[in-house]
Design a protein around this ligand. Sequence first.
Ligand code: C5P
Length: 436
Amino acid sequence: MSELNNKNILLGVTGGIAAYKSAILARRLIDSGATVRVVMTQGAQAFIQPMTFQALTGNPVHTSLLDAEAEAAMGHIELARWADLILIAPASANTLARLAHGLADDLLGTLCLATDAPLYVAPAMNRLMWAHAATVHNCQTLRSRGVNFIEPAVGAQACGETGSGRLPEPEDIRDQLIGMLQGVNAGQAPANGEQSMGKPLNSQHLLITAGPTQEAIDPVRYISNKSSGKMGFAIAEAAVNLGAKVTLIAGPVSLSCSESIKRIDVVTAEQMHNAALKTAKDSDVFISVAAVSDYRLEKIEDKKIKKNDEQMQLTLIRNPDILKSVSEMEDRPFCVGFAAETNNVREHALGKLERKSLDMIAANHVAQANNPVFGSDTNALDVYWAGNEGHTHIASANKSVVAHALLELVAQRLATNVLSSAANNAAATTSSSDPA
Ligand code: C5P
């Protein structure tokens, strides 16, 4: 491999357990032709020795800003000029915060200010730290300044939790970096802050249905369900954050959404069905989160029904299955269903995955007293995908965090599909169980 020939890469290593992966990353960058110099923060040195990187790169490791001897050998300005690019992996929450604020009280922070080379960061941290509003805000600041993100992976974390925040494997980081560099070199993205941010859903069109539907009985009554729409709206917002163009078809809910989302408001299942089929043609991904009424009234009364009788019978007829209709389309988008179940969650979810010919299904248990789901701000999901190739549990968290984790899985599956259809080989990927 020679994609990184003649590239001087300054590899920043910060304090997190994933720092052990940086040693292999340094090797992989060198394998691809790069010359690598390593800068370690103080925190990083608690996890891995500078000697390891010195031996791997053949270059002295830089650890201190105020070290006269190191400055005499290669001063920090010289080092900043030397770099063709700076890659920080892992980038801790602390480092992201420091970069966002332009702090220059250590060597890495100073180098990032003193260079005009592009900056790439591969964040790695506990899933709640990654989802914290402060980190989200710092990342937005950095993205808006043109910092390129190699997004964290979803999976087992060193802290024993599962979620988004794992450092991707060194080979993946190297490949993503090369991909981004080639994208920029090919002129696919303009320079200076407007370049491709490496967001996982860049240039994808996502269609999302959310909320309940209402089926009128008479002018004042209807059949509906408990869906608040919060999960679907959280997915729509997360999709925008991850670079997607989003159309959101919303049933009757009292929620607002960002202006960058194209929102279509509907009331009935039939209206949602029509809107979805129209938009699905131009969509890459369809995520059906809506709790669609399965039945509607055969006949809607024009006038309010009077309570004259002891018993009353209503005749209901089946509504179209929106998700199934979309998944049966000829040039269909990647289809993701939701399964809210009270029992045998896995069995029912897998049944739906197959019956509706889906690419992925996200199941949640709606019977747990501490997880009412409907109307709640938190959720937990079990996600299964086609071919019975895998399963990921997204632990209980704020719906926005869960939405990001789900979309990262979708992006991973989309990337896998592209690769396997390009290679015309259905090789399945399984997520590594390595910690961090
Ligand atoms: O069959 P069931 O309703 O349990 O399947 C749930 C999934 O199918 C959800 O993703 C829901 O949005 C979708 N659905 C649909 N149209 C229906 C019923 C369900 O798109 N009429």
